[in-house]
Design a protein around this ligand. Structure first.
Ligand SMILES: [Zn+2]
Length: 377
């Protein structure tokens, strides 16, 4: 679709229709508290573009029945792509912000541009869509990015580095957006997930790597160099374990899911490959198991407490793969918080678990592509 900068009224009108469903111009004007001529001007632009359509007439007591307008949900979509070490997760989202298609492919060759083309073709084929139906493609990357230049800059845990997607964008003539995985996950939770009701939140992504997405006043905070939230590389042990970033003692070396899996493999004598296997095997009555889990949770609580001390958010969200084990890990987190009291921390500080789980980053990427045309918060 042709890229056109939409004004705030158009964005809010689309958001309102997405929220309410079919509506008349009069009701839009009333609910948004703006004049009917302003609504009419903007609605006409959106009608011309085909983002919305007339869907019937509303009941009226007298005179001409007012026309109902609604978003044309079969017309425009966005694609969200989450690049991970071994897999690429992707989804197709409609303007109701519903995911209508999602799939995973292997990332063995690390040929990202080729994989993105495969994904686009798969999605277009599956939904009988044309390129023109795609408003944009959001790419979630586990590392540093430059949003402006579409640069996937540096990710210690991923083979793709220093890759700009500008030439691919020019070749395909589709709008591209790139973002850090934790930041996009935080954004998704903020728009459709667990932190919807909060103004300020901090999302901790716990996967092979550790990162954070910071939401301030409902907007994500990227920092002066788009590097905010790289909390995995805060040093917590002087001369500690060697980290993928080159430094020693980073908290990621203690909190990565790899670490928990490998520590459990050691104490059980079984070569484990996933968190699922760890929690299947975990037996709290066994001292050796308990010790490994407790050590892990101690580092997690340290990170949670430090996050509260630095940002004072409404809540800290546990995200990434670890969020799927809330039942097992939440009681341990709460107990460990009680075991380490600090008079500067609120006793009832709020911990939430991701509502979107491992899907959060790709949903965030898809939402990011919509952000240019619809007011999401
Ligand atoms: Zn590091």
């Amino acid at each position: 679709m042709q890229s056109r900068k939409r004004n705030e009224n158009e964005k809010v009108i689309l958001a309102k229709i997405s929220e309410c469903g079919a509506i008349t111009k009069y009701d839009l004007a009333e609910q948004m508290n703006i004049s009917i001529p302003t609504v009419t001007t903007n609605v006409n632009k959106l009608l011309k573009e085909g983002v919305i359509k007339e869907v019937g007439v509303a009941d009226a007591d007298y005179g001409r029945k007012p026309i109902l307008i609604d978003i044309d949900y079969n017309r425009y979509f966005s694609i969200g792509i989450d690049i991970q070490e071994h897999f690429i997760y992707y989804c197709l989202m409609n303007l109701r912000l519903e995911v209508v298609f999602e799939k995973t492919i292997g990332n063995k060759e690390n040929n990202l541009e080729k994989n993105i083309k495969i994904i686009i073709n798969t999605v277009l084929d599956a939904y009988k869509l044309k390129k023109e139906n795609i408003i944009g493609i959001g790419i979630s990357y586990p590392g540093l990015v430059e949003e402006e230049t579409l640069l996937l800059k540096k990710g210690p845990n991923i083979g793709v580095t220093n890759l700009s997607l500008e030439s691919l964008r020019n070749e395909l003539e589709i709008n591209f957006y790139v973002g850090n995985e934790a930041r996009l996950a935080a954004f998704a939770e903020n728009v459709v997930g667990v932190s919807k009701a909060y103004m300020n939140s901090l999302y901790i992504s716990i996967k092979e790597g550790i990162g954070a997405g910071i939401i301030v006043d409902k907007r994500y905070y990227a920092g002066s160099n788009e590097a905010a939230g790289e909390i995995g590389h805060m040093v917590v042990q002087k001369e500690g374990k060697l980290c993928n970033c080159g430094n020693k003692g980073c908290i990621e070396s203690y909190l990565s899911t790899h670490t928990l899996i490998s520590e459990f493999s050691k104490v059980t004598g079984v070569l484990l490959n996933s968190l699922e296997e760890v929690f299947e095997l975990y037996d709290a009555s066994k001292e050796t198991h308990k010790k490994v889990m407790q050590e892990y949770v101690e580092y997690l609580v340290l990170l949670i407490n430090n996050s509260f001390l630095i940002f004072d958010p409404d809540c800290v969200i546990i995200g990434g793969k670890m969020s799927e084990y809330q039942m097992q890990i939440e009681p341990l987190i709460k107990q460990t918080m009680l075991d380490h009291p600090c008079s500067m921390l609120k006793a009832d500080r709020k911990i939430e678990f991701s509502a979107l789980g491992y899907r959060a980053s790709k949903y965030g990427a898809a939402l990011r592509a919509f952000e240019e045309i619809i007011a999401l918060i």
